[in-house]
Design a protein around this ligand. Sequence first.
Ligand code: URA
Length: 188
Amino acid sequence: MDLAEIAGKVKTCTKCRLSENRTKAVPGEGDEDTDLLFVGEGPGRQEDQQGRPFVGRAGNKLTDILGSVSLERSQVYITNIVKCRPPENRTPKSDEIDSCLPYLEAQIAEINPSIIATLGNTATKTLLDTEEGITSARGKFYSWRGKIQVFPMFHPSYLLRNPSKEKGSPKYQTWQDIKKIKKVLRSN
Ligand code: URA
């Protein structure tokens, strides 16, 4: 199934309750041949309105993080664990994640990236099947099904709430993290 077909299925999906209140489903966007896939939690208000991932404030932050190592959004692929906005931006429930996961798995199979950067707790816990929190999990490489490297990072929303750039701050650590990703991409 190619990415357009997956997007078509996502847009008409009614597998879980999140479909009931959506304006638009948000399949994902970016370079289909990329080595770097970003996975967030789920669409927020702006994403639900536009049908595109990470276009609100957190999205601008993600764009800045990429820009700090001269990467553009068009060079990566960006998607989420759940493709429809949870009410009031609550954390997706496990049955909603289970219903939606086959879409992400199909996207991963099609893109076949060398690195999946998981943004925040929900994406990290889902893809790594771990209870380890993002603060200790971030900044290290793990393996997804023995095939693809997974690299957890703080969610950009968390950085909006913690704006300090001091050494050791979440922003500082994120800057280290994206540089680490860039270095691995360069050596591939
Ligand atoms: N937060 C997410 O996790 N995903 C988006 O697409 C936007 C905000």
